[in-house]
Each structure stands twice: as C-alpha cells, then as structure tokens.
Design a binder for this molecule. Sequence first.
Ligand SMILES: [Zn+2]
Ligand SMILES: [Zn+2]
Length: 231
Amino acid sequence: MTAIDAAFYTSMLLIGSNLFGFIYSYFVLNTNIFAKYRIQNKPYPKGLFWSRMPLFLFNLGTLIALSAFGAYMMFDFFDTKWPAWWIIPVQVLIAFVIDDLWFYVYHRYLHENKFFLKHIHSIHHKATTPFPLEYLYAHPLEWMIGALGPVIGFAVVMIFMPMNIFAFWIFGLLRNLHEIHIHSDLKIPIISQLPLLSTTKHHDDHHARLKGNYSSTFSWMDRIFKTELKN
Ligand SMILES: [Zn+2]
Ligand SMILES: [Zn+2]
C-alpha cells in the first residue's frame, strides 16, 4: 500500500458512507417506509433536502479533502499491516472516547456562549426535526472544530503505539454512520439500543429542545456533568 492508496481508500470510504446517508435521507423524507419509527412525527417542509445540499456538499468535500490529505501526509506514521486482534478495538475505543470528550466540551461551549450560539451553532439547529444527512448541516467553522476531535483521538493513540490504518478507517466509518444514525429522528429496533452508545433520541431531544444532551457518541458526559435531559 502507498500513501496515494491510503488517501484514495479514505476518500472512497467517506463517499460510500455518505452515499448511504444520502439514500437513507431520501427514503426517510420521501417515503413512508420509516414512518412508524419516527420520534417527533412532525412533517418535513417541502424542498428541505435540496435546500440543505450546498452546505452538505461543502462540508462533505472539506471532510473528504482533509481526511485524504491527512492519510497521505501521515502515511509513514501509520501501521499498515493487519494487526493483532486487540489493536483495532482498543484504538477505535480510545479515539471515540477522546473525540466524545472534545465534542462535549466545544458543543456545550457553542451553546453557553450566546455569540457563538447565534452566529455559528444556530445553523446546525435550524434542524429541529433532523433527518440523517443533517449531521453535515453546520457552520463550516463548527465543522472544522469538530474535525479536530478525531485528530486529537489519533494523537493520543500514537502516544502509546502507531495508529493502525484499518483502525483509522473503521473509526472513520463508524463515526460517520453513528452521526447519520443519531440525526435520523428514527428509533430503529436493536441499533437504537446498542450498549454504551447514545441513542437517536438523546441527540434528537437536543435538536428539539436546544439545550442539554451535549454529547454525541456516548452519553456519560451528560450524566457526569448533569446536562442530561429528562423526559
Ligand atoms: Zn447543539
Ligand atoms: Zn446534531
């Protein structure tokens, strides 16, 4: 594998997961297939999907460009062999925990600082009833701040051992799919009840009520800092 291969596979992975998010959103918005799983039941305004598209594509383009560039530039620091069985779960878990800590802190700050809430984070909160691809609907500055979370997570892994490229890809894919999932407004059996992970309702309530439930991947930070919304 070369650095160009790593950049190419990274791009393909993100294009693939977001193509899934695109098709999933299309079905959520335009068919009744998922209607029985909806949490809020509010109708989506007509034309919403396409009106969101320019910012979706801009942020997705930024994500793909930065991830592919990162994979290319960091290639010499990656372990590119298939590793011992425990390496991938451990590295993915560390990256998720660090990324979630980062997410909680900056996300809560974007709410508590009224200037940032009004001028930056309000864009993501135009979605009071989100649909899957709306995880991409955020101010580009917020999007870039969010992208630092995985970078810090990988840096922490690299204090202890080389980052494995398969762990890097698996983390990226799962992180992307989880974001699509928690913005879906759907309570799908089994995948909405995976142990440790936050539920769709956790982030859906955050969108519906504009406060509380600030964490994303897990929900323990909201419990520790008493920002969990009660129903
Ligand atoms: Zn928010
Ligand atoms: Zn959100």
